[in-house]
Design a protein around this ligand. Structure first.
Ligand code: 0X9
Ligand code: ZN
Length: 317
């Protein structure tokens, strides 16, 4: 499990229990579904929230995910918190949240890589694990799930070496975890907006990641740029094209935008990638509340604009 000082982080069982409790208290506006099983057989949970679940397929949808990378435990705490926030604020009569939830179909997948996350904490001291727990052909373990998506798969910034921390896998969507995300996203054609939480470096990233060239469609490029800049005003992160960080092929957002024209962002959460002793992947549990708080407005902004993200280009979006 987590080291005692980090007990506030949720392991798989604790996350599952929390999602179960929350959704069972708010059955009128939420559902908990397994979107498939991880390699080791854990359910990958998705929470759906809408004020009109019966007709949710007809409402604009946004999807939020975390935990692609095992050691990025903070990235799980955000989608988990926003599920709790939306359900409790709705029930408490918060008018802004009621209006948003009534008009949207919202999807949260807090832990995409449960096997990796559990492995990382399995001895009680962190292992700095990143990938899933696939046993590879050469006896090593793990495929990098954020190199396994099927748009530009096989390009730069992803390794063909199974021992590498950025191993792309034997083929696009070779892993049950990315397959589950693919199937889920493709079965909800109303999804217009996607946010994948990672750690760390305090960045807001948008396509492309597999090439230095930007999105060629001017409006699509602008909508990502304008939204990233706006969200950066709230969380203080640096907005930039993903390949400006480094080239990487096969990530979630290149696929979601490239294949489905979903407006897509990766947030690299706190801490900053500077200075000593800020903790990197293991910043400590005390950081959780402030990171949840500073990213709340960006999440609500994405939800607000999911009906037509291009509204932000009107100037008063
Ligand atoms: O390398 C990744 O998958 C992400 N960074 S992390 O430290 N969380 O592993 C960044 C992905 C951004 N996408 C590209 N640069 N293509
Ligand atoms: Zn990551």
């Amino acid at each position: 499990d987590f080291p005692a000082k980090d007990a506030a982080f949720h392991n798989y069982a604790e996350m599952t229990e929390k999602l179960r409790t929350l959704t069972s208290r708010h059955t009128d506006i939420s559902q908990m579904n397994s979107i498939g099983k991880s390699l080791e057989g854990r359910d990958i949970w998705a929470i759906r929230i809408s004020g009109d679940l019966a007709n949710a397929d007809t409402l604009p949808a946004a999807i939020f995910m975390g935990g692609h990378h095992a050691r990025e435990h903070l990235s799980i705490e955000l989608p988990l918190y926003y599920v709790e926030y939306l359900l409790t604020e709705y029930a408490n009569g918060n008018p802004r949240i009621q209006r948003l939830v009534n008009a949207r179909d919202l999807h949260f997948i807090p832990m995409v890589n449960p096997d990796g996350a559990e492995f990382d904490i399995s001895t009680g001291s962190y292992k700095s694990w990143r990938k899933n727990r696939r046993q590879n052909s050469n006896g090593t373990y793990g495929v990098d799930l954020n190199r396994n998506y099927g748009y530009g798969w096989g390009g730069g910034g992803a390794s063909t070496n199974p021992s590498s921390d950025t191993f792309r896998g034997p083929s696009a969507f070779s892993e049950p975890e990315t397959q589950a995300i693919k199937n889920y996203v493709e079965s909800h054609e109303n999804i217009t907006s996607l946010l994948s939480f990672h750690t760390f470096s305090q960045l807001i990233l948008y396509p492309w990641g597999h090439q230095y060239e930007g999105i060629s469609n001017t409006r699509d490029k602008q909508v990502h740029e304008v939204m990233a800049k706006k969200m950066a005003e709230w969380n203080g992160y640096e907005p930039k094209q993903a390949s400006g960080l480094y080239i990487a092929s096969g990530d979630t957002t290149d696929w979601a935008y490239g294949e489905h024209k979903i407006i897509s962002f990766t947030f690299e959460l706190d801490p900053a990638n500077s200075g000593w002793g800020s903790g990197g992947f293991y910043p400590g549990a005390q950081i959780i509340p402030e990171v949840q708080r500073k990213n709340l407005e960006p999440v609500l902004y994405m939800i607000e604009h999911a009906d037509n993200p291009y509204r932000v280009l009107d100037g008063n979006g």
